[in-house]
Design a protein around this ligand. Structure first.
Ligand code: SF4
Length: 178
């Protein structure tokens, strides 16, 4: 039996993330390292999802909130870039005696790849306005219990194809593997 995990892109490639002080990502990176270690120890196979933000907005993008990605083009591009992944998963699901798809691993808090949590706020517009205005916008940003756009689309596609695949956080994946 081969066991497979579908992994959010930046768990395997942190170069795709929004440029920032990586100290702020310390906790996330520790989880990622524990997860990868566990994957290797348990001989789990991996399929890497594409990074929608890097593909659509590149390496020079700012950090966003979910609302900024909630537009038809982003939804549609997410759906399109998931199609080859969905076909691969579908094929593995056809042979349950040979392959077990353990699920998809999210990046909690991301406006795209969070599953239980995403970031939300009235963040948008021109960045050259005065500092007080920027502060006001920043203060509206919060973490909410909802999926990011990419995971929202993925879950919808799983449902419409009657594919029984769970989406889980890195912590949940580590627990599952242990
Ligand atoms: S969009 Fe997803 S894969 Fe890309 S950097 Fe953000 S969380 Fe990681």
């Amino acid at each position: 039996m081969k066991y497979l995990l579908i992994i959010s892109h930046c768990i395997l490639n942190t170069a795709s993330k929004v440029a920032m002080d990586e100290q702020e990502l310390k906790e996330e990176y520790e989880k990622k390292d524990r997860l990868i270690h566990s994957i290797m120890e348990n001989n789990i196979q991996m399929i890497q999802l594409p990074c929608p933000e890097f593909l659509l907005y590149g390496s020079r993008r700012w950090g966003h909130v979910k609302e900024q990605f909630m537009h038809p083009h982003y939804y549609e591009e997410c759906r399109k870039m998931l199609l080859p992944i969905l076909s691969q998963i579908e094929e593995y699901l056809r042979y349950p005696e040979e392959y077990q798809v353990l699920g998809v691993v999210s990046v909690e808090g991301s406006p795209s790849c969070g599953y239980h949590m995403t970031c939300s706020g009235k963040w948008g517009g021109e960045l050259s306005v005065d500092a007080d205005e920027i502060k006001k916008m920043q203060n509206t940003c919060e973490t909410v219990n909802a999926p990011g756009v990419f995971m929202e689309v993925l879950e919808k596609e799983f449902m419409s194809r009657a594919m029984d695949v769970s989406i889980m956080s890195m912590e949940e994946a580590i627990e599952r593997l242990s």
